[in-house]
Design a protein around this ligand. Sequence first.
Ligand code: BTN
Length: 272
Amino acid sequence: MLLPTDPIRWPLEAIWQAVEQSLPGFTCEVLPTVDSTNTELMRRFKAGQLEPTLLVAEQQSAGRGRLGRQWHSQRGDSLMFSLGLPLAPIDWSGLSLAIGVSLADSLDAANAPDQCIALKWPNDMWLVTKQNHVIQERKLGGILVETATFDGQRYVVIGVGINVRAVEFAAQGSTAVQPGCLQDLQSDADVASTLLRVLAPLVQTVQAFEQFGFAPFQARFARRDVLAGRDVALSEGTNGQAHGVTESGALLVHTLAGMKEITSSEVSVRPC
Ligand code: BTN
């Protein structure tokens, strides 16, 4: 149990050594508290700071998710970081999916027969557990990708939140589901070791995406696609059946009006 005063031993030196050669000028920093690591990196970019930067927060006061949602966590419960860097892919579509593939592959090496990390288009990681023929699906983490342009330079901020430790969950009377956490998969996981596991592969993924786009990640996404073959409801009101993703990361949904390609900016999707 981590007390509020216990230091977290962040492996910044090891991360820097693993990443610096492929990302010249790379810096990494841990903040005891900040409103949001994504917001902070965007502020710095707008103030002219373009260097590739990893910003880790032990605590966030205004952590953000997609579609205006919030990301809440106590110190040590979830890994919260943002990676900001100049990036110029020909096509941005599918970036959050490629990032999800990278994170899931880094964290799910154990090949446990009854548990795996699945990806829910476009930006969620789920922990899928099978126990006594009952399948449980719980959110494990999320990805928030934001871009900005300043003086002709495009910059991306990749925000990642991963639940590492189980939290007290008092959901009596609520329909909310207890989130999943990495310790359900690996009991010795902590925020610092999780960061070390995911960061260097994430940088490689982002660089590969810049060169080749989403297509090389399509098959890896398909192996973890939790929506494939399931009935889904789109936020715009359409229902259909999910049929995987295209080479550019659009979700294919078979509806009464035929096959639709859904892009992340259009709708949110939830299993029926
Ligand atoms: C989602 O589930 O919609 C995405 C959640 C992303 C949360 C992370 S925590 C670190 C970074 N800073 C933020 O404010 N958000 C991301």
